[in-house]
Write a protein that binds this ligand. Structure first.
Ligand SMILES: NC(=O)c1ccc[n+]([C@@H]2O[C@H](COP(=O)([O-])OP(=O)(O)OC[C@H]3O[C@@H](n4cnc5c(N)ncnc54)[C@H](O)[C@@H]3O)[C@@H](O)[C@H]2O)c1
Length: 313
């Protein structure tokens, strides 16, 4: 099977590329390397087609979908704070870029598009766990643009003859997630601080909670979504179905790293939600999804990778 992974040089995208290559798929990657890195694809060099191009460039997207059966659309400017600083770029990449992908996929008679949506669609609504019947309530340009992408997926399925599935990821973590950007996610930031002996920063009181989801579970969901017969037109939560506060998370990270630390507390960040936890019953029903790696096991696998990656640099 020939498939396209947009954002395939990124954290989740590169894990998906490795899984697809391992299953014998013919993989094309479209990436502009804005946050993705070439080293993420080192192990599959020569076994994939790499197109260095931009989702904002329709001709690059058209070239990338040529002859493809399934598109996994993960390319994005994936940061809440960055979207608050650069709302126009967020719209161009995350919303317009998605429209480019869907239009090109339809024109190329792609069988199915699997879209990386986001739990940020739920905003700060107090109801837990979050289920797909709840209203969309984005709090940041990033969340609004991802919601736009979801709506486009529904429209293309309903009226444009293209099967699309949206997967709302909840706080993904795992190997190849970078700790070294100003917009880095909390697990690699905490892990880097704990391993290097510096103090991790917690924004707010640390009692905010998230449904931390190991990347392998997300890859499994993507593979299921490409084939599940009843999935088209659905927007489906992908998480572990549990939640952990940042304080609890830090203590688990200290445990797997065999070190201790004292965090520094700074002001809560604009646009951040308080609590998040996925109801994964729709994913179970529509995709046959079941998370196979829990938080503790995922943190251990991430810490192992992290140590090796640090030693190599
Ligand atoms: N990491 C999470 O917890 C999480 C949660 C919800 C949703 N998502 C979504 O999952 C997807 C992957 O996220 P990630 O965490 O792997 O982030 P990432 O930054 O590692 O990956 C994004 C990839 O998209 C590429 N990209 C960015 N702008 C592009 C453009 N204009 N043209 C072509 N390529 C471009 C980047 O270079 C990068 O390789 C994103 O769509 C993100 O919104 C991630």
């Amino acid at each position: 099977m020939k498939c396209l992974v947009t954002g395939g040089a990124g954290f989740i995208g590169s894990n998906l590329v490795h899984a697809l290559v391992g299953r014998g798929a013919d993989v094309v990657v479209l990436d502009n390397f804005s946050t993705g890195v070439r080293e993420n694809l080192d192990e599959v060099t020569g076994r994939i087609k790499l197109i260095e191009g931009d989702l904002r460039d329709r001709s690059a997207v058209t070239e990338a979908v040529d002859g493809v059966e399934v598109v996994y659309h993960l390319g994005a400017m994936p940061s809440v704070p960055r979207s608050v600083e650069q709302p126009l770029t967020s719209f161009e990449v995350n919303a317009m870029g998605t429209l480019h992908v869907l239009l090109a996929a339809k024109e190329a008679s792609v069988r199915r598009v699997v879209f990386a949506a986001s739990s940020s669609a739920y905003g700060d609504t107090p109801t837990l766990p979050k289920h797909e019947g709840m209203p969309q309530s984005p709090l940041s340009p990033y969340a609004a643009d991802k919601v736009h992408g979801e709506n486009l997926c529904k429209v293309f399925t309903a009226s444009m003859g293209l099967e699309c599935v949206g997967l709302r990821y909840f706080n993904v973590f795992g190997p190849r997630q970078r700790p070294d950007s100003a917009y880095a996610a909390v697990i690699p930031r905490f892990m880097e601080a704990v391993v290097s002996g510096s103090q991790p920063v917690i924004y707010g009181d640390g009692l905010q909670s998230r449904d931390f989801t190991f990347v392998q579970n997300v890859i499994g969901a993507n593979l299921l979504a490409a084939d599940a017969p009843d999935a088209p037109g659905h927007i489906v939560n992908i998480g572990n179905g549990s939640r952990t506060t940042l304080i609890e998370l830090l203590s688990k990270i200290c445990e797997v790293c065999g070190k201790d630390t004292t965090p520094i507390h700074e002001a809560a960040r604009l646009g951040d939600v308080r609590d998040s936890q996925a109801d994964i019953s729709l994913a179970r029903r529509v995709l046959g999804f079941e998370p196979t790696v829990d938080l503790s096991a995922g943190l251990q696998l991430t810490a192992d990778w992290f140590r090796t990656a640090r030693q190599a640099t």
